[in-house]
Write a protein of this length. Sequence first.
Length: 140
Amino acid sequence: MAKIIFIEDETEINLFLIDVLKEMGHEVEIAETSKRAENKLKENSYNLVVLDILLPDKKDPDAIPLIERGVRILRGIREGRFRVPASVPVLVITAVPEREVRGKIKDFLSKEGKGDMLEKPFTAGTFEKKVRELLGEEDG
């Protein structure tokens, strides 16, 4: 069983994918804003980070462009600014076409640890396969 932080603001996606992770036998914590995610990452360690790269901040929606919030979290992970190891696997999920986002984050996905990306919409099977790959689990 892995401990996973799920950083995503869309409740419908949260519920669906969290169910998938729990059915796989994992413990899941949720962070719905960049601020909550940063606080949880400072306080806890995780085996996998699932990160929606476009994160709103309800208190200050215009302060930082959406993608920059997610990039800041990813950069912080890889630079060792949180309790999680810099090498923790990260699965980035995004509604932005992958080719547009990948250039901004590709170095952070491969630097230190494993990382991958899923473009919305995707199936539960695709999500589960990526999670298993990043955790080093066999398909099961």
